[in-house]
Design a protein around this ligand. Structure first.
Ligand code: SF4
Length: 182
């Protein structure tokens, strides 16, 4: 079951504008965290579906980057309490260098991070990040998170024409992060 903590009428809110994004162009390119959907509303909506849907896992993803939601940790706690299911988060990993983001993500059971580039140049071409986001910081953030996180940490790589010749380089970086799976 999916939970969207971004859910804005204006469209996608993300720190990236990936060339392959299925949601189309990023409407708001930002690194600023905020509350987009209040936790009380998440709790109410989850209570409405409780017992009515069959699900194995609750996944926080949605219409943008879920770690931009300042109430991510709180919402994970509520989802666990209401549904009693494992929680996973799909993230582009861009904010993992922040301690408060790692703390929120640590409440999940499974975190799936994104690693699409082997260097800054391709990172800019594929992920088209907000100007404040630097490739090496994203990798450092993932390493830090890996060290601290007790749950399952997976990496997801999307191969597109820009990076398809760089699988070895991406694999080398993935090894330094030491995820549970790629
Ligand atoms: S990080 Fe995800 S939501 Fe954001 S632009 Fe990339 S694919 Fe789309």
């Amino acid at each position: 079951m999916g939970v969207d903590l971004i859910c804005q009428e204006k469209g996608k809110v993300c720190s990236f504008d990936c060339v392959y994004c299925s949601l189309g162009k990023t409407t708001e390119l930002t690194t600023k965290r905020g509350v987009f959907v209040p936790t009380e509303l998440v709790a109410r909506e989850l209570k409405k579906v409780m017992g009515k849907v069959e699900a194995d896992v609750v996944t926080f993803s949605g219409t943008g980057e879920p770690t931009l939601a300042q109430n991510l940790g709180e919402a994970i706690k509520v989802a666990k309490e209401v549904l009693g299911l494992p929680i996973s988060v799909l993230t582009n990993s861009s904010l993992m260098m922040r301690e408060n983001v790692r703390r929120d993500l640590a409440r999940a059971d499974i975190v799936i991070g994104q690693l699409d580039a082997p260097n800054e140049e391709l990172f800019k071409r594929i992920s088209r990040p907000h100007e404040k986001i630097v490739f090496k910081d994203v990798i450092e953030g993932m390493k830090k998170f890996r060290e601290e996180f007790k749950g399952k940490f997976s990496l997801e790589v999307m191969f597109v024409p820009e990076n398809k010749a760089f699988s070895k380089e991406i694999a080398s970086i993935a090894r330094t992060i030491m995820p549970d799976e790629v």
